[in-house]
Design a protein around this ligand. Structure first.
Ligand code: HEC
Length: 105
């Protein structure tokens, strides 16, 4: 293994960019919750809007698949849902949100 490769791997490990540990994904999810305006309608372990339900225990109510469906097609079960869809996000971003929300119990 040459020196440059060692440095690159070291940097990846330091930055956490190589790990799929929940910590990294959680951070992505929390940033998305801020940047996507979820808090405008939901309280999620921090104060937020009241148009949507409090999501503190959403992992008790919904399965990962149900949360994913809600994010991608909010109106699927509730045609008049006020919630915007998140289909513009990448699969990895949706996964991060789903995994994070599933842990809220
Ligand atoms: C414009 C307001 C609005 C925004 C923004 C919004 N939601 Fe919602 N959301 C709602 C409303 C209203 C409901 C409840 C009615 C429904 O199911 O559509 C809901 C329901 C949900 C549910 C299902 C909760 C349950 O117990 O059934 C989840 C999960 C959810 N939202 C996540 C999110 C996430 C994550 C974001 C940000 C990416 C977000 N919402 C952004 C309004 C919003």
């Amino acid at each position: 293994m040459n020196f440059r490769r060692v440095v690159i791997i070291g940097l990846l490990l330091l930055s956490g960019g190589w790990s799929t540990a929940p910590g990294g994904e959680d951070t992505v999810a929390r940033e998305l919750i801020l940047s996507q305006g979820c808090l405008g309608c939901h309280a999620i372990n921090q104060p937020g809007g009241t148009l949507g339900v409090e999501l503190k225990y959403v992992g008790q109510r919904l399965t990962a698949d149900e949360i994913r469906q809600k994010l991608l097609y909010p109106a699927a079960k509730l045609p008049r849902s006020a919630m915007p869809d998140s289909r513009h996000l990448s699969v990895a971003e949706i996964n991060a949100l789903v995994n994070y929300l599933t842990t809220l119990k």
